[in-house]
Design a protein around this ligand. Structure first.
Ligand SMILES: Nc1ncnc2c1ncn2[C@@H]1O[C@H](COP(=O)(O)OP(=O)(O)OP(=O)(O)O)[C@@H](O)[C@H]1O
Ligand SMILES: [Mg+2]
Length: 401
């Protein structure tokens, strides 16, 4: 497993692997002492490298291992490590996504081009590495547009542009990005279609609804962004997205492990493809799935990739909402208001309250999706879930100074 200690969810996937009987060997750039006792207990061995991006050095370290150990799988659930994982798989001849199969998951233009060929509705799009190419693309696609990196994450360097002047402004801001995607701006709701697959079969899937759309939540600090894992995934308004999701996995020949697709639902119901990762979503969304059905998809994923099955009962019983909070003011957290009242009002539906403690410095809310903390709650009914999530948005406030 590459990068078993980072990001925060990775140790739980390592735990899952160990629990289903795998001997887990970790490869990462963290010092072993930084991994923590819990993770170390689940790793049969750990190899530290100075940098995961110095591939020659990584391969040299690996060679010392592979002379003694037979690797059956190479797993990486962290976006930046996907390509390294694919290279190692090819080197060792183990199953899983190859380099060629990984590229469409990493390069957003290759991704959409592959899906266009499969007849999937993507936003009109073009690749641009110069301002000239971007302006030509704008001329062809028409405003409003989205300008974003070919391999972006967390909506960084992503801009909506409505006219030539805004396009020039956006291009000036993304000058450090070597290649961009220029896309038709799609109006609508934004949702996910996430799966755990084995041998090309979908063993589990999840659909989340982002409120508001992620880009909007990234632009306005006062917003408490939400994601809602939906209980009724058979609702007619989700059918088009689910069908698209299944077609996308087939088109990209995704067979094993976690996938995370985002899609747009237009007012007229049409589903439009957003993006897909061959990995789970971040920002505690795996926990959100778990709370929706009282399952452990960390272990479920591990069982799927190691044994080709998922033996847990994955029936959904709740809608589960996560609400990210951002403190008012700069500096350190000084006080938290509204928590007692919330507890009295909806306490029995709150499952996680994980806020920065008093005195802690604020997190960078642009970089860190979890911002200054989050609350997870759940309820069998969607309307009630949304009402409570909104209450956490308005009535729980953190103050920094
Ligand atoms: N074509 C589009 N039409 C409308 N909105 C878009 C479009 N492309 C991107 N966006 C907005 O920008 C956000 C970020 O874009 P996208 O999901 O492609 O990139 P990302 O940075 O990889 O996202 P993530 O936060 O999932 O890592 C989307 O969630 C959406 O709100
Ligand atoms: Mg996205």
């Amino acid at each position: 497993m590459i990068a078993p200690g980072y990001p925060a969810e990775m140790p739980r996937f390592a735990r899952g692997l160990a629990e289903v009987g795998a001997r887990v060997l970790g490869l990462g750039d963290q010092h072993e002492s930084a991994l923590g006792p819990e993770l170390r207990r689940h790793l049969a061995a750990y190899q530290r490298v100075d940098s995961l991006w110095d591939e020659d050095a990584v391969m040299r370290e690996l060679a010392r291992w592979t002379s003694r150990v037979r690797f059956e799988r190479v797993e990486c659930l962290w976006e930046p490590g996907m390509m390294l994982a694919a290279r190692i798989r090819e080197l060792l001849g183990v199953p899983g996504l190859t380099v060629q199969e990984t590229i469409p998951f990493r390069d957003k233009e290759t991704m959409k081009t592959a899906l266009d060929r499969a007849g999937i509705r993507t936003p009109r799009h073009a690749r641009a590495s110069t301002a000239r190419q971007a302006r030509d693309a704008a001329g062809e696609i028409g405003y409003p547009l989205i300008v974003k990196p070919i391999a972006g994450a967390g909506a960084t360097d992503t801009y909506r542009v409505d006219d030539d002047r805004e396009l020039d402004q956006a291009l000036a801001r993304v000058r450090h990005v070597p290649e961009i995607s220029v896309e038709e701006f799609v109006e609508g709701d934004e949702l996910t279609f996430d799966t755990i697959c084995a041998e090309g079969r979908i063993l589990y899937f999840n659909m989340c609804w982002y409120r508001p759309r992620p880009l909007e939540g990234k632009l306005k600090e006062w917003i408490s962004p939400q994601a809602i894992s939906l209980r009724d995934v058979d609702a007619p308004e989700l059918a088009a997205g689910r069908q698209m999701g299944e077609a996308v996995l087939r088109a990209l020949r995704f067979r094993d492990g976690f996938s995370h697709m985002e899609w747009y639902r237009k007012k007229d119901g049409e589903a439009v493809f957003g993006e897909i990762g061959a990995r789970p979503p971040g920002a505690r969304m795996v926990d959100l799935m778990n709370f929706g059905a009282d399952v452990d998809t960390y272990r479920g994923w591990a069982e799927a990739v190691c044994h080709g099955r998922l033996s847990q009962d994955v029936r959904r019983r709740y809608n589960a909402a996560i609400v990210f909070k951002r403190a008012q003011g700069r500096g350190r957290i000084q006080r938290i208001e509204g928590l007692e009242r919330l507890n009295r009002a909806i306490g029995s539906h709150l499952v996680v309250v994980d806020l920065l403690p008093i005195g802690a410095p604020r997190r960078d809310w642009i970089q860190a999706q979890i911002s200054d903390g989050y609350v997870i709650l759940r309820h069998p009914e969607l309307a009630e879930t949304l009402r409570m999530a909104d209450l956490v948005g308005t009535d729980l406030q953190l103050f920094a100074d």
